[in-house]
Write a protein that binds this ligand. Structure first.
Ligand SMILES: *Cc1c(COP(=O)(O)O)cnc(C)c1O
Length: 407
């Protein structure tokens, strides 16, 4: 079994990664966030907490997730391509790694209910799963437009025993759901625990979610060495929405200077038009969003801009503060991939390796295939953050013709 190690020097005590991060929150939440921070720092030193989490990772999630050598892709594109198979986790993506951690912490703190917002429903399903397992109530706030669009995930959450609360004001999508969930949290931050879905939000969430996800890289560094005579991968590629799967695989390699790290954002339909992409690192600037400082995409009033990507898990106008730090430090290179390129890679992986990726993960695959041509013969490890079952109907409807999907 793999051990997890949480010994990073960042963030500092106030939750800063260099100039990014922190906690920009209403006064009534300051005490609560300090309590969560203290409880978490204590929990991560407690063998029984760590043993319980590791045991769930192994017997419930199915960890360690394998690394697969994608020989057909490697042959066609000329580099040595490997996949870290987070798509094989229970519930089909990496998100279960941090929702289990958050649920165990909430339980340990005596909380009764997990709450969160969800857009496409992926975070909602992962959280409802953890809540069912750990024995907590679960309220998921979701815009009415998203409820109509993401019917299977809404049903899944209800089957798992969570309550899906429709949000019916404004554009009735993720932004309104965030606002409503936050309002509900302010009303009762004592018995409820707001489980953030990525390495974003106020301190301690970027640190805590990173730590829970770092199991991905901690496994990968050992697995890769076993497969390749002790070698490290020369390149690692992961998609970046809020940034949790990327930081999860990067963390174990941050001090290995020979490993080049790539984060891949969505350039959507058009990277030069605000509202048509979510390439925060390429087009954003530092600002404060949802309680923390980071790169963000701003509208003309300096507020979070509207964003778009074919991958609903990637369309966030901010990014985790540690990513902003790693960008400025030139430790991670941030690139972008368009809708069209991602869908191409979605079919390429499906048809060459028999693995249907989440459209989010297909962004990482697409960039890796470009990189393979630039760096022939080098090794590339892709974090395959999730499986594409959730995406098949959408892809068939919108892109089926081009790829000869006839039903
Ligand atoms: C939610 C999601 C993402 C984006 O979230 P990060 O926090 O950036 O990892 C990526 N891939 C899949 C499969 C997702 O469900």
């Amino acid at each position: 079994m793999f051990k997890n190690t949480f010994n990073s020097t960042l963030p500092n005590q106030e939750g800063y990664f260099g100039e990014y991060g922190g906690a920009f929150i209403p006064p009534q939440l300051e005490v609560i966030m300090k309590e969560i921070t203290a409880a978490y720092l204590e929990a991560r030193e407690d063998e029984s907490f760590l043993d319980e989490l590791m045991s769930l990772y192994q017997h419930y999630v199915g960890r360690p997730s394998p690394i697969f050598h994608a020989k057909n892709l490697s042959k066609k594109y000329g580099a040595d391509i490997y996949l870290k198979r987070e798509d094989l986790n229970h519930t089909g993506a990496h998100k279960i790694n941090h929702t289990l951690g958050e649920a165990l912490l909430a339980k340990r703190m005596g909380k009764k209910k997990l709450i969160a917002e969800t857009g496409a429903g992926q975070h909602g399903v992962a959280l409802a799963t953890a809540a069912a397992l750990v024995g907590l109530e679960c309220d998921i706030y979701m815009g009415e437009v998203d409820i109509a669009k993401e019917h299977p995930n809404v049903v899944r959450m209800e089957i798992l025993g969570a309550k899906v609360i429709p949000v019916s004001h404004g554009r009735k999508t993720l932004k309104e759901a965030v606002d409503t969930a936050f309002g509900a949290y302010l009303e009762d931050p004592v018995t409820q625990f707001f489980a953030i879905g990525s390495v974003v939000g106020p301190h301690p969430f970027p640190m805590m979610v990173r730590d829970f996800q770092s199991i991905v890289g901690n496994e990968a560094i050992v697995q890769f060495a076993d497969m390749k005579d002790g070698a490290l991968p020369e390149n690692i590629v992961a998609c970046v929405g809020g940034g949790s799967n990327a930081i999860g695989i990067f963390t174990a390699f941050l001090e290995k200077e020979d490993v080049t790290l790539y984060g891949v954002e969505p350039s959507g339909r058009d990277i030069n038009t605000i509202g048509e992409h979510a390439a925060t690192m390429t087009k954003g600037e530092p600002g404060i969003i949802h309680g923390f400082k980071s790169y963000m995409l701003k509208d003309e009033n300096g507020e979070p801009a509207p964003v778009y990507s074919v991958a609903s898990g990637l369309d966030y106008p901010g990014v985790g503060p540690q990513h902003s730090y790693l960008k400025d430090a030139h430790r991670v290179i941030y690139e972008h991939i368009s809708d069209v390129e991602a869908i191409d890679a979605f079919f390429e992986l499906s048809r060459l390796e028999g693995i249907i990726p989440a459209i989010e993960s297909a962004h990482a695959v697409s960039f890796a295939l470009k990189l393979a041509k630039e760096k022939p013969g080098s090794s590339i490890l892709i974090n395959l953050s999730g499986r594409g079952d959730k995406d098949i109907d959408f892809v068939a409807e919108h892109y089926g013709k081009k790829y000869k999907v006839n039903f």
